[in-house]
Design a protein around this ligand. Structure first.
Ligand code: GDG
Length: 465
C-alpha cells in the first residue's frame, strides 16, 4: 500500500501526552489516515527562527510521524499574515474590499512554498501519495514537480473558490491557478466552488474541461471534484454524552433560568458574519418585545489571526456592538447577549450546543462550516433544537432541512429566529432527523477515505507505471 504524505500550513498531530479530544475533527481524521497508511505529516511548526535552516523536527506519536520546519519572521509576515490571510483569504471569501495586494506578500508566499518543497521533497518516496491542504500551499505541487517528483498529488481547498470576476482582480491569477494544475486531483467543499473553478479554467485559461470535471493540460488529465468535509461524528457524539458536556449543559441551562438559548460558535473572523448576526438578534429583540426577555444569545468567539489589522478591527466592532445591544435592551436581571471572547474544550462546547434551542450559524461566506454539523450532532434527537443556517455556507447545500437564511438581511434572520422559537416539536424532530442522517453519513472519515481512494486511482505520472 502507498504511504501518505500530508502537507499543511500547520501540523496538528497527536502530542505524546495529548488527549484525543484536544484535536479538531480534521486533525483526528488525518492522523487516523496517517496511522493506517504510514507516512508523514509535514508543515510549519508555528515557531520562528532568525535564519531559515531547513532543519526538520521529526517526531513520532501515537503512530503518526510529523516533520516540521521553523520559518523566519519575514516569512510569517509575508506568507502567513500577508498573502495567505490578507490576500487569498478575503478574496476567496468574496471580500475584495479587504483584499490587499502587495508584491512582498506574493514573493514571501512563493519563497515559503519553495521552502516547503525543498524540505518535504526529500521525504517523499516513489509511490507515496501526496495530499496538500488548503490555500496556503496552492503552488506547492508545481514546485515539487519542478524537482522531478512524479508521485500522485492531491490538493484540497477548505475555503470557497470565488467567482471568476472576483478572482481576476488578483495580480498574476493565471500563474497561481496554472500552478495548481500540477496536481492530479483538486478537491473542493461543494459543487458551487467546483463550478466556479471550472468556469475560470474554461474562460480564463481556455483549457478543455469535461462535464465531470476533467481538465486537459499539457498532455495530462487533472480531476477536479467536490468532497464535502464532515465532522468526526462518532467522537463528537460520544463527547456530547461525556460528564464534561453534561456539566456545561447544566451550567448554561441553570444560568439562563428557563429562557430560550441561541448559540453561535465561530473563530473571530469577518467571514463568519458576526456583526450582522448581532444586528439581526438586536432586530429580533426590537421587533418582538413580548418575547425579548425570554431569550439569550451565547456567542462564543475565540480570537484568531490577531496579527492582521482587519481581525483587530472586527474584535473592537463586535465588543462595541454587543455593548450597544445589551445597553439598549438589558435590565437588572437579564442581559440578552453573552459575548465570550475565548475558546472552550470540545466536550464543553458540545454541552453548550445541546443546551441551545437554536444554533445560529450565519457566515457571509464559508467553505463548508463544521459548527452547523456539530450543533446538529449534539442535539437530543427526541427534543432537538433548530439550526438556522446561512445559505452562503457550503454546508447549506448538504443541509437543506435547516432554516436557511440570507445573513445580510437582519429582517430575514429576525423572522427566522421567531419561526424557530415557535416551531412545533414535530417539525423540529422531522428536520433534525434528516439533518442528522446527513451529518452522520458525510463524516470526516468518509471524506478522508473518498479523497485518498480517488487519488490512489489516478493514473500515476508516466514513468512510474
Ligand atoms: C475552515 C473553513 C471549513 C470554534 N470555537 C471553538 C472551537 N471551534 C471549532 C469548531 C469547529 C471549528 O473550530 C471551526 O470550523 P468551521 O468549519 O466552522 O470554520 P473554519 O475554522 O473557518 O474552518 C470552513 C473547515 O475549514 C473545514 O474544512 O468547514 O469552511 O473556513 O470544529 O467547533 N473548538 C474548541 N473550542 C472553541 O471555543 N475546542
Amino acid at each position: 500500500m502507498s504511504r501518505l504524505i500530508v502537507v499543511s500550513n500547520r501540523v496538528s498531530a497527536p502530542k505524546a501526552m495529548g488527549a484525543k479530544g484536544a484535536q479538531g475533527g480534521l486533525a483526528v481524521a488525518l492522523s487516523a489516515a496517517l496511522g493506517d497508511y504510514g507516512g508523514i505529516w509535514f508543515g510549519w511548526s508555528g515557531q520562528e527562527t532568525d535564519t531559515f535552516t531547513g532543519h526538520l523536527d521529526m517526531q513520532r506519536n501515537q503512530g503518526v510521524t510529523t516533520a516540521t520546519i521553523d520559518l523566519e519572521p519575514q516569512d510569517v509576515d509575508e506568507y502567513y499574515n500577508g498573502y495567505a490571510n490578507r490576500t487569498l483569504w478575503p478574496l476567496f471569501h468574496y471580500r475584495i474590499d479587504l483584499t490587499e495586494y502587495d508584491r512582498n506578500f506574493g514573493e514571501g508566499y512563493e519563497r515559503v512554498n519553495a521552502r516547503f518543497a525543498d524540505s518535504v521533497g526529500p521525504l517523499i518516496e516513489p509511490g507515496d501519495l501526496v495530499w496538500i491542504q488548503d490555500y496556503h500551499l496552492l503552488p506547492l505541487a508545481s514546485l515539487l514537480r519542478g524537482k522531478g517528483l512524479k508521485n500522485r498529488i492531491g490538493l484540497f481547498l477548505h475555503t470557497p473558490w470565488p467567482p471568476t470576476r472576483l478572482l481576476v482582480t488578483l495580480p498574476f491569477h493565471e500563474r497561481l491557478v496554472t500552478s495548481m494544475l500540477a496536481c492530479d486531483l483538486i478537491g473542493f467543499q461543494t459543487s458551487e466552488w467546483l463550478e466556479s473553478f471550472l468556469h475560470y479554467i474554461d474562460k480564463e485559461l481556455g483549457l478543455p474541461v469535461s462535464p465531470d470535471g476533467e481538465i486537459e493540460y499539457e498532455g495530462r488529465t487533472i480531476q477536479a471534484r467536490a468532497f464535502p468535509i464532515g465532522i468526526d461524528y462518532a467522537d463528537f457524539t460520544a463527547g456530547a454524552k461525556s460528564p464534561e458536556a453534561e456539566a456545561s449543559y447544566q451550567k448554561l441551562r441553570q444560568s439562563t433560568r428557563g429562557r430560550k438559548v441561541l448559540i453561535g460558535v465561530d473563530r473571530l473572523d469577518y467571514s463568519k458574519g458576526l456583526g450582522e448576526r448581532l444586528d439581526s438578534f438586536g432586530r429580533f429583540l426590537t421587533d418582538n418585545p413580548e418575547m425579548a426577555k425570554d431569550v439569550v444569545l451565547l456567542q462564543i468567539a475565540p480570537p484568531s489571526r490577531g496579527d492582521v489589522a482587519s481581525y483587530q478591527q472586527i474584535r473592537e466592532d463586535l465588543e462595541r456592538k454587543a455593548g450597544h445591544i445589551n445597553g439598549a435592551h438589558a435590565d437588572v436581571a437579564w442581559v440578552p447577549i453573552r459575548y465570550v471572547n475565548r475558546g472552550y474544550p470540545r466536550t464543553e462546547l458540545a454541552g453548550f450546543y445541546r443546551a441551545a434551542d437554536i444554533g445560529l450559524v450565519t457566515p457571509l461566506r464559508d467553505g463548508m462550516n463544521l459548527v452547523a454539523k456539530e450543533y446538529v450532532a449534539a442535539q437530543n434527537p427526541e427534543d432537538p433544537g433548530v439550526l438556522i443556517l446561512s445559505r452562503f455556507a457550503g454546508a447549506a447545500l448538504q443541509m437543506p432541512d435547516a432554516v436557511l437564511v440570507n445573513p445580510m438581511s437582519s429582517e430575514e434572520v429576525s423572522i427566522a429566529i421567531k419561526y424557530a422559537l415557535d416551531m412545533s416539536k414535530e417539525e423540529r424532530i422531522e428536520r433534525h432527523t434528516k439533518l442528522l442522517a446527513s451529518v452522520r453519513d458525510s463524516n470526516v472519515e468518509n471524506w478522508t477515505r473518498d479523497f485518498i481512494a480517488d487519488l490512489s486511482g489516478r493514473t500515476p505520472a508516466p514513468d512510474l507505471i
